[in-house]
Design a protein around this ligand. Sequence first.
Ligand code: ASP
Ligand code: MG
Length: 402
Amino acid sequence: MLIVKKFGGSSVANKERVYNVAERILEDYKKGHKVVVVLSAQGDTTDELIAKAKEINPNPSRREMDMLLTTGEQQSVSLMAMALENLGYPAISLNAFQVKMETTSVYSNARLKRIDSERINSELERRNIVLVTGFQGVNRYDDITTLGRGGSDTTAVAIAAALNADKCEIYTDVEGVYTADPRVVKDAKKIDEITYDEMLELASLGAKVLHNRSVEVAKKYGVELVVRSSLTSAEGTIVREECKVEKMLVSGVAGDKNVARIAVVGIKDEPGKAFELFSLLAKNNINVDIILQSIGRDGTKDISFTVPRDVLEDAKKVIEDNLGRLCAQKVEYDDQVAKVSVVGAGMASNPGVASLMFESLYDSGINIKMISTSEIKISVLLDEKDTERAMNAIHEGFKDRF
Ligand code: ASP
Ligand code: MG
């Protein structure tokens, strides 16, 4: 069997953890399996490198940031190879150049395009344990790139797809995917199985357990994932196309604070205004999420929408620079909001999910600012300070439906 195992930063944070992971790798290797291991940077290394960069230059170029941040993963794979060597087993570490992991050219947020399986396969044939740096790639200028924070998951899934692996295991410091962040909701429960679509929603709605692009890649290539703990032998959560267990109504509650709301007030009520506004934002690479347009009154209307809070300043600039063209009376910004969502493949065929969610919020006296729905999720925008309370209230409201 060919197994890809990915270990997150906390799982390899120090010497003891490194040896713990080495043992987990060897369990499979000793059974005769081929093992490819993808590693993240140890502990808080990536955050520390970012802080270090900002000390030198508060506004470093993305190219140089990628050059710096990728050193974290390179430390992890070489240290793990040394640990395995020390235990008497053959291991080899490889970086993105050696594996030829081609990405798009965008620094700090590149996408994997192609992975050459040749080098990895030949090392596996020699019975080496292959340790690959997560998070990094190489673009067409032969520069090193990164896949965005948390991107090592995506490296692992892409390698599993490229090698046609039999298993792809994502090891972390929790026992799997939970119905809500257990640090926020005490009663959160581990989920045994979840579909790609649900996981994709949860990952992009703020559940931080998997990089959302890793789920996209898994879905595209049909890679079945297991998310499990590197510290216990608990079974973890399986992420796949269809779940065998009887469909639960909802699978999870997620909260996201990387949200800001923009309201463009008093736009002329005529065709083309929404197009003008959103094409302007799209051209500047600003992702828009929830959109709400008011009923026109006195020849004008309001459009409000949300953007990730970390691009609010960029969005502000684009809008302020084009106020004349948009013919808007004023623009309001609010960066004290958050988005709380429930996700579940079962909700498509079950009325009443929205009302149960709103009832839970009402019972806790929490005000809703905006609402958006899709087939398998309902999101509400609320005051940031209400986030944790809202997650708990909604989780409690749905407790018999998970
Ligand atoms: N080390 C990178 C980060 O902290 C990538 C990863 O952990 O997946 O974001
Ligand atoms: Mg991660």
